[in-house]
Design a protein around this ligand. Structure first.
Ligand SMILES: NC(=O)C1=CN([C@@H]2O[C@H](COP(=O)(O)OP(=O)(O)OC[C@H]3O[C@@H](n4cnc5c(N)ncnc54)[C@H](O)[C@@H]3O)[C@@H](O)[C@H]2O)C=CC1
Ligand SMILES: N[C@@H](CC=O)C(=O)O
Length: 823
């Protein structure tokens, strides 16, 4: 025989009750079943609300009563919607309606009585609450009957006998078990339907079984008759690996042991309330959690032992609204009795302790309790230890609120080393601060107290670590979606599935901003329509964007700066301080004052957040990465010689007697090689910034003002007030630029804008490069960097290739993002 229990949602509407009936018809084909039902969803709360209103002399109770009426009437109408066409069905419909009216009239009299006497005793409350299950079970029983199902009705009050502890009655198992056995031994109906939650005292008064009462009814019956299985039907497909409202990837757990289920349900998995299923645990009866709305789903089977080859971690749970209290002081060390007094005080105050930890120095005891109890706990503990506090033996108790507990759970964790290591390193990498830790000797549960704002991030990171076969999600927040930014989004869109499949990296763009608007979406921005979404976003603001990113608090968050803006560069520190990595192709931060550059490097280390800017030099070429590898492996950089401007190389490669300087500069701008403001390239500042960054990465504390810069532009060009005016000077001064070309051509040289770093000094300037020099044949928009080092003294290490352009720069940014993902 099997016992099936259906909760409030399962019997909450005619549609769901029809689903319940199909399940019953199906299951009763194989074996007899006992079916325990809860009240229609929401009714128990409404009964209480009506009673409290009545008790407080508030006539609104009549409205609530009417709502209870109409909710049941709606269910009945839905179940008998075709009764007009069938005589028998019509009769059943009317009979049921009369029965329910009778019960509801009784309820009305009770509520009127409460209103009149202005009192709601625990005994009356139980009588009142019992209406919920009585109504739902009557409706379902009569519906089954009207559909010719072989069903018997048994009021659980006639079987389950309790003491007179109203609202939370204690079961007398001796009498109850006999009652149940006698009844089921003499019953042959395929289905027996019973209301859950209700019972009667030995004196015949109505009692109820407290929280999770219907589960308890089902478990008591299952244990009494040694049932083959207890099925709990609810509105989710079992117990989940973690809270599915916070972690989208959470999935139902197929198998759990009783202990694991109890641990998980203690820690927030609401589908099972442990005390209620204790009777079946003793008898080792399997419990199956199933979904009424999706009966084909496997659900969760809970038995004594699970498969030996199952995963060691079964679930991750959390309890919200926790306060952490710390009792500390030198006077506690080596003195017995402090713990006893502390915990006795809490017990007397009926304050439940959720977690305890004590350091081996015995200097402090920490414990977690519900936030609601924190104030009361502080008052009573400080009073009890008033004498010791006055003598400065201990401090007044310290209370920290707004915390949550997260716990990793699994029976087999104790046979695996490294689980707690993985748990804490995952939390640490994601900058989740751990306030307290507890692990029992059973090693079935490792718990940590963290700030409530970190719970979502912590659960997602841990879920990814333990359940998602190493897929790492990277959450990108991109500022600047011009030439380069747009290409990066395209590249990410194109590569997303490939990266996920082949490298287990899941890239999500969770935020986008340009200088006008910004959009942030926890679920990720749809990359097919990102322009529209950004267009319709809220007004852009750097602080606003940062606040969104902080509030979302997603794991592996990366801020990507693809602007040329100094205000954006100045905000990196705020991201790093929140353990949000920064990837920048904007060169301002690394070439601005050295204190800021150093501070960013320190913050990056301190907060375990990457700060990468490979595209600052050579666009997509691996210049900085290579330099870093040389330096970290102990090499010394002696000299760097380089052509670092893609746009200037393009310009001087295409400028000759047949072209004009204006035309080739315009073309470089249109091809996307120049900075947003081309004067930054032509003036040599961009190259100066790049060589400065290389010098700094080589270990030299230089400022931009330390560099020698040989400018080749005319004074008018240098002083032009706008880009437009600048271009006008190029037309005006064409003869001058032609003379530069002519001078080089006459010497059979090529014009190259060269950067040099030597002996701690750096300079940039236009040079006439003779044939045979490695720079002479540098094509198109290429860059070349030659590192002369201690290990490469004669023949330099050379990096060469396209050093400008939106596509290659975007791919350089992409490479930095992947570096973070692979870390
Ligand atoms: N084009 C290239 O070959 C290379 C470019 N870079 C760097 O890439 C950066 C971007 O270059 P492009 O895409 O060509 O420039 P762009 O002018 O096409 O795009 C810049 C974007 O930044 C946005 N922006 C500016 N100020 C902003 C603010 N305060 N908040 C939010 N967004 C803001 C603009 O709205 C625009 O969408 C520059 O720093 C440049 O030095 C680096 C290496 C190579
Ligand atoms: N404008 C730069 C490209 C970005 O760094 C160049 O021309 O090299």
């Amino acid at each position: 025989m099997k016992i099936l229990k259906f909760g409030g949602t399962s019997v909450g509407s005619a549609e769901n009750i029809n689903k319940v009936i199909s399940i019953l018809e199906q299951q009763s084909k194989d074996t007899n079943i006992a079916v325990v039902v809860s009240a229609v969803g929401g009714i128990t709360d409404k009964l209480l609300e009506a009673a409290n209103l009545a008790c407080n002399k508030d006539l609104e109770y009549k409205q609530t009563y009417n709502a209870i009426w109409s909710q049941h009437s709606k269910v009945i109408e839905g179940l008998f919607e075709n009764s007009d066409h069938d005589k028998n069905l019509k009769k059943s419909h009317e009979a049921l309606y009369d029965l329910i009216s009778e019960k509801l009239n009784e309820l009305k009299s009770l509520l009127d009585g409460i209103y009149l006497i202005n009192e709601l005793s625990p005994k009356t409350k139980d009588k009142l609450l019992s209406f919920g299950e009585a109504l739902s079970s009557t409706i379902i029983y009569h519906t089954l009957k009207s559909r010719q199902v072989d069903v018997a009705y048994k009021n659980a009050q006639e079987l389950i006998v309790t003491d007179s502890n109203f609202n939370n009655a204690i079961v007398n198992f001796e009498i109850t078990n006999i009652n149940i056995q006698l009844y089921f031994n003499s019953n042959s109906n395929a289905i027996v339907l019973l209301p859950g939650f209700v019972s009667k005292s030995v004196h015949g008064e109505i009692t109820t079984l407290g929280r999770g009462g219907s589960d308890y009814t089902a478990a008591i019956i299952a244990a009494a008759i040694d049932a083959d299985e207890l099925q709990i039907w609810t509105d989710v497909s079992g117990m989940y690996t973690t809270n599915p409202k916070l972690v989208k990837q959470a999935a139902p757990i197929v198998e759990l042991s009783y202990q694991e289920a109890v641990e998980l349900s203690h820690f927030g998995a609401k589908v099972l309330y442990p005390p209620t299923v204790m009777p079946v645990l003793k008898k080792k009866i399997p419990i199956v959690i199933k979904n009424t709305l999706d009966p084909e789903a496997l659900g969760t089977t809970i038995t004594e032992n699970t498969q030996p080859n199952g995963s060691p971690v079964k679930g991750i749970s959390n309890i919200e609204n926790i306060a952490l209290l710390t009792l500390q002081g030198n006077g506690m060390v080596g003195v017995p009795g402090f713990g006893k007094r502390l915990f006795e005080t809490l017990a007397q105050e009926k304050i439940n302790i959720v977690l305890i930890t004590q350091s081996s120095s015995e200097h402090s005891i920490c414990f977690g309790i519900s936030d609601n109890d924190a104030k009361r706990a502080k008052e009573v503990i400080d009073t009890v230890f008033e004498y010791e506090i006055q003598l400065l033996k201990i401090d007044p108790i310290i209370v920290e609120t707004d915390l949550s507990i997260i716990a990793v759970i699994g029976d087999k964790m104790k046979n695996h080393q490294g689980i707690s290591g993985k748990m804490f390193s995952t939390l640490g990498k994601n900058n989740v601060n751990i306030r307290a830790i507890a692990q029992g000797a059973s090693e079935r549960n490792i718990s940590a107290i963290i700030h409530k704002n970190d719970v979502k991030k912590a659960l997602n990171s841990l879920h990814e670590q333990f359940f998602e076969i190493k897929t790492k999600q990277i959450n990108l927040f991109i500022t600047g979606v011009g030439n380069v930014g747009e290409r990066l989004i395209e590249q990410i869109h194109q590569q997303k599935s490939y990266l996920k499949e082949n490298f287990k990296i899941s890239l999500k763009i969770a935020g986008l901003s340009n200088s006008r608007t910004m959009v942030v979406n926890d679920d990720g921005i749809n990359l097919k329509h990102w322009k529209q979404q950004l267009e319709n976003g809220e007004k852009a603001s750097l602080k606003g964007f940062l606040n969104h990113v902080k509030k979302l608090n997603l794991r592996n968050s990366v801020f990507v700066d693809i602007t040329a803006n100094d205000a954006v560069a100045n905000i990196y520190g705020d991201y790093l301080k929140h353990s949000i990595s920064v990837v920048a192709c904007n060169k301002i931060a690394c070439s601005g004052n050295i204190e800021y550059y150093n501070e960013l490097k320190i913050l990056s280390r301190q907060y375990n957040a990457a700060f990468l800017f490979e595209t600052n030099v050579g666009a997509g070429l691996p210049v900085i990465d290579t330099l870093n590898h040389l330096v970290t492996s102990g090499d010394k950089i002696n000299t760097i010689q380089a052509v670092l401007s893609g746009s200037l190389n393009f310009i001087f490669n295409n400028f000759n007697a047949e072209t004009t300087f204006y035309d080739v500069v315009k073309q470089a701008q249109e091809e996307g090689y120049t900075e947003p403001d081309p004067r930054i390239d032509l003036s040599g500042i961009d190259v100066a910034r790049k060589v400065l960054i290389l010098a700094r990465e080589s270990g030299h504390a230089l400022e931009l003002s330390d560099l020698e810069s040989d400018n080749f532009l005319t004074n008018d060009a240098m002083e032009a007030a706008s880009v437009e005016d600048f271009f006008k000077t190029l037309i005006k001064d064409e003869t001058y630029y032609q003379s530069l070309f002519k001078s080089a051509e006459d010497k059979n040289c090529q014009l190259k804008f060269v950067a040099e770093f030597n002996n701690g000094k750096a300079k940039v300037g236009l040079q006439e490069i003779p044939e045979g020099h490695p720079f002479y044949n540098l094509k198109g928009k290429d860059n070349i960097v030659m590192f002369y080092t201690q290990r490469y003294p004669e023949q330099p290490m050379i990096i060469k290739g396209a050093g400008a352009g939106a596509d290659v720069t975007a791919s350089g940014l992409f490479a930095d993002i992947i570096r973070i993902a692979n870390n």
